[in-house]
Ligand binder design. Structure first.
Ligand code: ASP
Length: 299
């Protein structure tokens, strides 16, 4: 029987070990996706369901819990890709959408485009029947105000508070299709309109069913420069295991950009890889015939 399964993450980075509640939520998103795969649903369905669950969970920096940019407005990025025909969809700097990953899927399936941004993306999402949603959770506004008062150099500030609760998922279904997805409120305190790696195909995500899939998390300004997800898949294509390929690209990221990130991957044989050069990263995965595994990624 062909291996199927799903891996998800709740972001890399942070100064504190992710709470058990957060790790359990990632595990729950994996169980949701896994149930769909078991029923014979597609990898795209599983990735979307896992990410929607995490977007609706205010502890994560995506959807409902998204961070606020410098002007106090949350703008979200999300992307999804299916690896059979290399179709992809993304939204960037979109406001007031409950589930940006649904909007990204609608871009992939209902348009000839790969990415929509800003107001155009929002209007398209609403017209596609995707629920609108206010993001300003009280916790996020407090966090934004606190940081607004801090005197930091911008880069230092970015590094201390980037994403770290962004969400992502990669799945392989019974038919062997691979899909990857990612969703984020980006980094706190960035210039209005800033977009990271998450909606950029090749950087934040990549999927090719003949090789596997990857989803990245960490400071987007560094991740885009090493085209992280596609670089990992290229090494996997040459024979590296997902874990080894992730480790090699993460080493290069650290050496060249000084960046810190994490990523998850699955290959066509159903092997899972999780790697990060940050201190923490919450993740969970479940492959066919196995129990769910989870961790806070303590190195
Ligand atoms: N990659 C996201 C961004 O830079 C943040 C994160 O994954 O933590 O927007």
């Amino acid at each position: 029987m062909r291996a199927f399964g799903i891996v998800a993450d709740g972001g890399a980075g942070g100064r504190r070990r992710p709470s058990r509640r957060r790790v359990m939520a990632v595990a729950k998103s994996v169980e949701l996706g896994y149930c769909l795969l078991e029923e014979g649903k597609s990898a795209v369905d599983a990735v979307e369901a896992a990410i929607v669950f995490l977007e609706d969970y205010p502890d994560f920096n995506a959807g409902t819990g998204s961070r606020l940019q410098l002007d106090g407005v949350p703008r979200m990025d999300a992307s999804i890709m299916e690896g059979d025909r290399l179709r992809a969809g993304a939204v960037a700097a979109v406001e007031n959408i409950k589930n940006p990953i649904r909007a990204a899927r609608a871009v992939m399936e209902r348009t000839e485009h790969v990415m929509l941004v800003g107001e155009g993306a929002r209007r398209f999402a609403v017209a596609s029947g995707i629920e609108e949603g206010e993001v300003r959770t009280a916790r996020r506004i407090e966090e934004w105000k606190r940081n607004l008062c801090k005197e930091h150099k911008h880069r230092q500030l970015l590094e201390s508070i980037y994403g770290c609760e962004t969400v992502g998922a990669v799945a392989i279904d019974r038919q062997g299709q691979v899909a990857s997805g990612c969703s984020t409120g980006g980094a706190l305190f960035v210039l209005p309109g800033r977009v990271g790696d998450t909606p950029i195909v090749g950087a934040g995500i990549y999927a090719d069913s003949s090789i596997g899939g990857v989803s990245a998390t960490g400071l987007g300004e560094d991740i885009v420069r090493v085209v992280l997800s596609k670089s990992v898949l290229e090494l996997m294509e040459k024979g590296s295991s997902p874990r080894m390929a992730l480790r090699m690209v993460m080493n290069r990221l650290e050496k060249v950009t000084g960046g810190r990130a994490g990523a998850i991957a699955i290959d066509g044989r159903g092997r899972v890889g999780v790697w990060h050069n940050t201190e923490f990263m919450s993740y969970a995965y479940r492959m066919s015939g196995r129990k769910v595994k989870m961790g806070a990624g303590v190195k």
